[in-house]
Design a protein around this ligand. Structure first.
Ligand code: BTN
Length: 268
């Protein structure tokens, strides 16, 4: 499996940088932690780590990420040639790459939930985790983690020992009623991620943000945002150039939110 999957993928990719080095594991604690330690040991930019299963997958805000066989569990090391101000946009290019790939392979139009979720019919099918070890203009490494619920059923997540984060979740198998070719979608995601990464390097910040916004349904809606410390109620207004969410509060002021969980609220 290891040799077939990684070899086939490496051979089929049309890329300049991402995916030139691929490491595949049958089982690992977390591809993200593996990639972070490889990045510290000078693995080249574009190195990809994929695992068939993760025993300690990590999600955002300290959550566990349940990662059974059949999903795409992948982390990619990047050493961006741009300044740290654009690092926060990497989560958006990850989401765009996954959304475009799902559309191309299944015809399903996904939506984006700020900051990093990819949804089908309002249910989360993929999450992006970005860990950065980056010092301003000195540069550094960023690891983009992609967790795509693909060839298993949602029921498998509910059967898992931990139910953390399992509500409002779906899988590609549950949506399209058959399995998807994992190597094909992996190839597409890596190629599209490289495409968007080059746009980001090229300074096309606003284009990336606008593309991401087109797939989001929150703008103009009343939202509740929990940043872990505070809960804000307001109307989703826009994203600024760093990807922060701007919401208009009841008193008319604009609140900039850097991270948190957002949901559409119906209370005024
Ligand atoms: C989220 O909370 O939505 C982000 C989930 C990211 C999960 C992926 S799976 C591959 C990589 N390895 C991890 O441990 N996490 C990320």
């Amino acid at each position: 499996m290891e040799i077939d999957f990684a070899k086939q993928l490496r051979g089929s990719l049309k890329v300049k940088e991402l995916g030139l080095h691929i490491h595949f594991f049958d089982k690992i604690e977390s591809t993200q932690d593996c990639a972070l330690s490889m990045a510290q040991n000078d693995s080249p930019s574009g190195t990809v780590i994929i695992a068939e299963k993760q025993s300690a997958g990590r999600g955002r805000m300290g959550k566990k990420w349940i990662s059974p066989k059949g999903g795409l569990w992948m982390s990619i090391i990047l050493q961006p040639r741009f300044t740290s101000r654009k690092i926060s946009l990497i989560q958006f290019i990850g989401a765009l790459a996954v959304g475009d790939s799902i559309l191309e392979m299944t015809g399903i139009v996904c939506t984006h939930k700020w900051p990093n979720d990819i949804l089908i019919r309002g249910k989360k099918v993929c999450g992006i985790l970005v860990d950065a070890n980056f010092e301003g203009d000195k540069g550094g490494a960023v690891v983009v983690g992609i967790g795509l619920n693909a060839n298993f059923s949602t029921q498998e997540l509910f059967n898992s020992a931990t139910l953390e984060g399992c509500s409002d979740v779906t899988t590609l198998r549950d949506e399209i009623k058959h399995d998807i070719a994992l190597n094909d979608i992996t190839k597409l995601i890596i190629e599209k991620l490289e495409h968007y990464y080059l746009l980001l390097e090229d300074g096309k910040t606003r284009e990336i943000i606008e593309s991401w916004k087109q797939g989001s349904e929150i703008f103009g809606q009343r939202v509740t945002v929990n940043d872990g410390n505070n809960v804000f109620n307001g109307r989703a207004l826009d994203l600024d150039d760093s990807g922060a969410l701007l919401i208009t509060l009841a008193d008319g002021s604009v609140k900039k939110i850097l991270f948190g969980e957002v949901r559409v609220s119906y209370a005024v």
